[in-house]
Design a binder for this molecule. Structure first.
Ligand SMILES: NC(=O)c1ccc[n+]([C@@H]2O[C@H](COP(=O)([O-])OP(=O)(O)OC[C@H]3O[C@@H](n4cnc5c(N)ncnc54)[C@H](O)[C@@H]3O)[C@@H](O)[C@H]2O)c1
Ligand SMILES: [Zn+2]
Ligand SMILES: [Zn+2]
Length: 383
């Protein structure tokens, strides 16, 4: 089958790889209809992880079940399904607690597995024609038959639940004010989820115009951090007050103001957003940090950053009595509920999708999405 294969930093190719097989009676083989490119893929694409050439990318996968193993009970051939990016067993201690992003079964020696991702186990990615899904009854979320809401449902694999997770980690409640750093797909979904949860005022911070426009489209207040310090911009609009909650949907490749959106490596300031969260949130508030931080970054700006050790103002965090939550999204905790919001017409996350292209066009889509040019915000590949 055809698949998107990582070749070297800033290069992927569409190549023929082995077809996936049923390796265990719990497996299903899914024929992929949609697989999205994620900001998380860019960390590997840019050579900013330990990912080795040859890895097939793709953790945001949706399709139709083509084949099932003999032990699969609830899912059937022909079911339309979307898979959480987390591969999870459903029966380990963390899965039972709802923490399917930290499954201890699927990636021995580590808590957490994913398709097509460095250090996340042997699971081949789904930017391909077919995907092997283990523990298929647990990992395949059923969807209405047909092809309606394809783009909306495909976002249930990662960014809609992950954005919602950011709002959950920050414990966003009705009537609150929230600052969401980053208006990439995750940040937009986090800000959108805050409005779904009833936040009164949502600020969306970025410097990519098309992305800020999308945030304004559903009522968030866009803040361009190239104009002035975003914390000061928010406080000046609020008569000097900060906000109740804040979300980091940027992660360790955060850039300082004024940098070019493309490859601004010299402008990278990995701790800038974390410290801005601490500054902008009022005492007793909470921080949600779904943006990715890694314990090993070959391209880190200094020796500390290379081992994921970042300097944050813990004194101020403590003084303000702030709480914080981090980590991979436990997609299974949210995806069925968010699916039902889409079915009920109460959520339409596909407004983030800017481009839908064929698998063959993936190499060019990676280049443009990585440079955040031509309005590339979220790309769906259709094999
Ligand atoms: N926790 C999880 O389970 C999970 C899942 C998916 C993605 N992620 C992570 O979430 C992060 C965002 O993902 P994405 O797909 O939206 O990525 P993205 O790279 O498309 O978006 C990041 C955005 O942050 C903006 N940005 C950079 N520096 C900034 C700053 N100082 N202040 C405000 N905005 C800034 C960029 O312009 C960009 O628009 C990534 O780190 C990704 O790895 C985490
Ligand atoms: Zn993703
Ligand atoms: Zn598990």
């Amino acid at each position: 089958m055809k698949a998107v294969v990582y070749k070297e930093p800033f290069k992927v190719a569409v190549e023929n790889v082995d077809d996936p097989k049923i390796n265990h009676p719990n497996d299903a083989i899914v024929r992929i209809t949609s697989s999205c490119i994620c900001g998380s893929d860019l960390h590997m694409y840019e050579g900013r992880t330990a990912a080795e050439p040859g890895i097939v990318f793709g953790h945001e996968n949706m399709g139709v079940i083509e084949e099932i193993g003999s032990a699969v009970k609830d899912r059937k051939v022909g079911d339309r399904v979307v898979m959480p990016f987390n591969v999870a067993c459903g029966f380990c201690k963390n899965c039972l607690g709802g923490f399917t992003g930290f499954c201890t079964t699927v990636n021995p020696g580590f808590a957490g597995g994913a398709y097509g991702y460095v250090a996340m186990g042997p699971w081949v990615g789904g930017q391909a024609e077919y995907l092997q899904v283990p523990f298929a009854d647990f990992n395949c979320l059923p969807l209405p038959k047909g092809n309606q809401n394809e783009a909306d449902f495909s976002l249930l694999a990662d960014i809609f639940p992950t954005g919602y997770h950011g709002a959950h980690l920050a414990d966003v409640k009705p009537g609150e004010s929230v600052a969401v750093f980053g208006a990439g797909p995750v940040g937009l979904m986090a800000a959108y989820s805050c409005t779904i949860r009833g936040a009164a005022e949502v600020y969306s911070i970025d410097h990519v115009k098309e992305r800020l426009d999308k945030a304004a489209g559903f009522g968030a207040i866009p803040i361009n951090y190239d104009d002035a310090d975003p914390v000061e911009q928010i406080k000046s609009r609020r008569s000097g007050s900060g906000v109740d909650k804040a979300i980091d949907a940027v992660g360790y490749q955060a850039t300082s103001a004024g940098s070019s959106a493309a490859g601004g490596e010299q402008d990278e300031v990995p701790n800038i957003v974390l410290n801005q969260l601490i500054d902008v949130v009022n005492p007793t508030g909470a921080l949600g940090i779904p943006g990715l931080y890694v314990p090993s970054d070959p391209g880190g700006v200094d020796e500390n950053a290379k081992r994921g050790a970042l300097s944050i103002n813990f004194g101020r965090l403590f003084e303000k009595g702030l709480r914080l939550g981090t980590g991979q999204c436990n997609v299974k905790s949210y995806n069925a509920y968010l699916r039902d919001l889409i079915i009920a017409g109460r959520a339409e996350p596909s407004f983030v999708v800017s481009h839908e292209v064929s698998l063959d066009e993936a190499p060019e889509a990676y280049v443009k999405f990585d440079r955040r040019e031509d309005g590339y915000t979220k790309v769906i590949l259709h094999p």
